[in-house]
Design a protein around this ligand. Structure first.
Ligand SMILES: Nc1nc2c(ncn2[C@@H]2O[C@H](COP(=O)(O)OP(=O)(O)OP(=O)(O)O)[C@@H](O)[C@H]2O)c(=O)[nH]1
Ligand SMILES: [Mg+2]
Length: 334
């Protein structure tokens, strides 16, 4: 019996216009130690997302240094990462989240950073109510150029998005089957046909290398204020099951460029944005997760060229995820 995710229609719990700031116009703050490719631009209130209520803070609320050295160090630490287990050469990381949250985009964005150019490796959809991704696909993040033959030990697993209805999207049963390692690569998800012993390619006795070693919840920051309450209930239920399997969980807050206009213009403002800070708190409440587990990212979507600071934020997210992958191997290493 499959446990379907059950979602009501998204409510627009929206914004109280009276809580908007007095001044609708401010300039994105510049920082002398940043190297953003984008110039800060004038921001008007009418362009704000409903969440974009507050001006920027003078100081970052999380320490981030935006420099080429930091990017290189982060890239090197991902390249040199090895799971602390004799029987595993790759860390399998599963991205779970609502339809259109940016799961496939994150995989493509991380691969883009390591490829040195923007590529669409995991196929990305457009905003829609049904999941664009239908199959289980595992992407080994690989280097490029001289390092082309050097796969990292990082495998990002893409699955169908969680839908709003009972019959659409990933079910709890199928999500847990993937995490336990029963689902074969390429499995086509169908809510009516839960993964089971009669599934073609079903992995009967998964070993540690087949299992998922960390689950990453992906939430669209521009929608976090309007997700239905039942959505939170379902995610917390899923988190309970995943925790019982001994798998650590973290979360990505995507679309930060749409949450805060100043951040959209200059990604180095992300940790100065009170609006993004508030979106992180909302994400924590939705997932039942402390905000220290949540990191913001901006995926590559319309860009043709990489941006160093966007890369840094993406790499920081990967580094964050790998810390929790390590914990899994410390707890379960064979
Ligand atoms: N502005 C912006 N758009 C994003 C971001 N991440 C993803 N998108 C866009 O959001 C849409 C959905 O992205 P996907 O990566 O396909 O989302 P998904 O979670 O894989 O969705 P499903 O496979 O349908 O469940 C696409 O149009 C992306 O370009 C982001 O950080 N910022
Ligand atoms: Mg997808």
């Amino acid at each position: 019996m499959a446990f379907n995710f059950s979602f009501g229609e998204a409510t627009s719990s929206g914004t109280n216009s009276s809580s908007k700031p007095e001044t609708g116009i401010f300039l994105a703050a510049t920082s002398s130690n940043t190297k953003s490719a984008h110039k800060p631009e004038k921001v008007t209130k009418t362009q704000f997302s409903p969440l974009d209520l507050s001006p920027l803070l003078a100081n970052q609320w999380r320490n981030m240094v935006w420099s080429e050295e930091v990017k290189e160090t982060l890239m090197e630490s991902v390249r040199s990462f090895k799971p602390a287990s004799e029987n595993v050469t790759e860390a399998r990381i599963l991205l779970i989240g609502p339809v259109g949250a940016g799961k496939s985009s994150f995989i493509s964005s991380v691969q883009s950073v390591f490829s040195g150019r923007v590529i669409n490796r995991a196929m990305v959809g457009s905003s829609s109510s049904t999941s664009f991704t239908k199959k289980l696909r595992s992407f080994n993040i690989r280097g490029a150029g001289e390092k082309a033959d050097e796969p990292t030990a990082l495998v990002l697993c893409d699955v169908m998005g969680v839908g709003e209805g009972e019959s659409t999207g990933l079910t709890l049963h199928d999500a847990l089957s993937v995490i336990k390692g029963h689902a074969p690569e390429g499995h086509q998800f169908s809510p009516e046909q839960p993964i089971g012993a009669d599934t073609v390619g079903y992995v009967r006795k998964p070993n540690i290398k087949d299992k998922v070693h960390c689950v990453v919840f992906v939430v669209d920051g521009s929608k976090v204020g309007s997700y239905a309450k039942s959505f939170g209930t379902t995610f917390q239920q899923l988190r309970d099951h995943i925790s019982n399997l001994g798998v650590h969980q973290v979360a990505l807050l995507t679309h930060v460029d749409q949450v805060c206009k100043a951040t959209g213009s200059d990604i180095t403002q992300v940790y100065k944005s009170q609006t993004i800070q508030q979106a992180m708190v909302k994400t924590g409440a939705l997932l039942g997760m402390a905000t220290s587990y949540i990191v913001p990212v901006k995926n590559y979507c319309s860009e043709l060229d990489l941006d160093e600071n966007t890369d840094i934020l993406l790499l920081k997210a990967v580094d964050h995820i790998l810390q929790y992958v390590n914990l899994y191997f410390q707890d379960n290493g064979e």
